[in-house]
Design a protein around this ligand. Structure first.
Ligand SMILES: *Cc1c(COP(=O)(O)O)cnc(C)c1O
Length: 355
């Protein structure tokens, strides 16, 4: 038994892996592999339709929302968003809460003006700024709901009249929120939705078509909407794995059921860390992420020992991001509570032996 705390690509439900494996050799009892069917066949069209319907149902999206499955990962959205929404003379507002805050800001500057409304750089991105205001003339306000690398999470939706745009790559489908508040949501699939190689996009048609820029078809959201995510060959297998994961999420009771377990996992891990002086969570309490728990060991000399112990106990993916150091345990939807119980038992034992 391996306990997989990887930050992404990351753990998916075991039944998803099994069903995906079957589909590679025999998709839906057709005698064909999912890898060899045409994307415009009824076989694949029904995959895309069911995945789209499940996204709408699970996220409780209102009728005017468009759901797309696009290539290029979340990083493509860093420039595709301003390319579609920001005129050269206009300004977009951004929140800077770490690595995944800085990168979209850099890309947006290629297309128009950017105003960074707040940043938590002053304290190493260990908190979420609260008292910022978004200029009323901003074309949109962009933020990252969960900072995967630094381990902070926005537990509120900022109050603003301008269209909200969010990178939800690492916490989408993990907590019940009002997704309809957002004009545009994007998320790389490889954390909570499915396999790497596809990007989920939820967008209001109303905000599109307002720039005077020429946009290549592959980059133009409106063209993708007109073509139903089928402008060119979509990442067929990655979308199929999304469908399997969405079906699993519905089966276990939807986002609310996942949230309940996510809350238990995060509470158990943070409570354990808070109770053991050997360890220290690095993030301000009220801004702690329920998806990515970042912590350090007070005595750096013990770091190697803890990593070795984790390795010995089949714990995978505990080492922190190279830019932050320390440790990180990612607790995405598919991670069972049991994995956190085993991890916290090891932590207690490690603290006892080294305390
Ligand atoms: C993982 C991640 C990304 C990067 O996604 P790619 O698909 O690799 O481009 C972007 N934003 C956030 C918040 C992430 O967690």
């Amino acid at each position: 038994m391996v306990y997989n705390f990887n930050s992404g690509p990351s753990i998916l439900p075991k039944e998803v892996f099994e069903q995906a494996a079957t589909a590679i050799t025999d998709f839906n009892n057709t005698g064909l592999s999912i890898l060899e069917i045409g994307h415009r066949t009824d076989l694949f069209m029904s995959v895309l339709e069911e995945a789209t319907a499940l996204v709408k149902e699970l996220m409780q999206l209102s009728a005017e929302k468009e759901v797309l499955f696009l290539h290029g990962g979340a990083s493509t959205q860093f420039f595709q968003v301003p390319m579609n929404l920001l005129n050269e003379q206009a300004m977009a507002a951004y929140l800077d809460c770490g690595v995944w805050g800085i990168k979209p800001i850099k890309e947006a500057r290629l297309f128009g003006k950017v105003e960074v409304v707040a940043s938590s750089k002053d304290r190493n991105y260990t908190y979420i700024p609260k008292n910022f205001s978004v200029p009323a003339d901003a074309a949109y306000f962009h933020y990252t709901t969960n900072n995967t690398i630094e381990g902070t999470q926005m537990h509120f939706i900022p109050d603003t009249q301008v269209p909200l745009v969010a990178d939800m790559s690492s916490d989408i489908l993990s907590t019940v929120i009002d997704f309809n508040r957002f004009s545009l949501i994007y998320a790389g699939a490889q954390k909570n939705i499915g396999a790497a190689g596809v990007n989920l996009l939820v967008v209001d048609k109303d905000i599109l078509g307002k720039t005077n820029r020429k946009i290549p078809s592959m980059m133009d959201y409106r063209v993708h909407i007109e073509n139903g995510s089928m402008l060119n060959t979509p990442p067929v297998f990655a979308i199929y794995v999304c469908l399997l994961t969405l079906r699993w999420l519905k089966k276990i009771g939807g986002i609310a059921a996942a949230e309940k377990v996510n809350n238990e996992k995060a509470a158990l891990l943070y409570d354990t860390l808070d109770s053991l002086p050997v360890f220290r969570p690095t993030v301000a309490k009220e801004d702690r992420s329920k998806m990515n728990v970042v912590f350090i060991i007070e005595d750096p000399a013990l770091e190697k020992d803890f990593l070795a112990r984790c390795k010995q106990e089949q714990m995978v993916g505990i080492k922190g991001h190279r830019s932050v150091g320390g440790f990180r345990a990612s607790l995405y939807n598919a991670l069972p509570l049991k994995s956190v119980q085993v991890l916290t038992d090891i932590m207690k034992d490690f603290a006892f032996k080294n305390g």
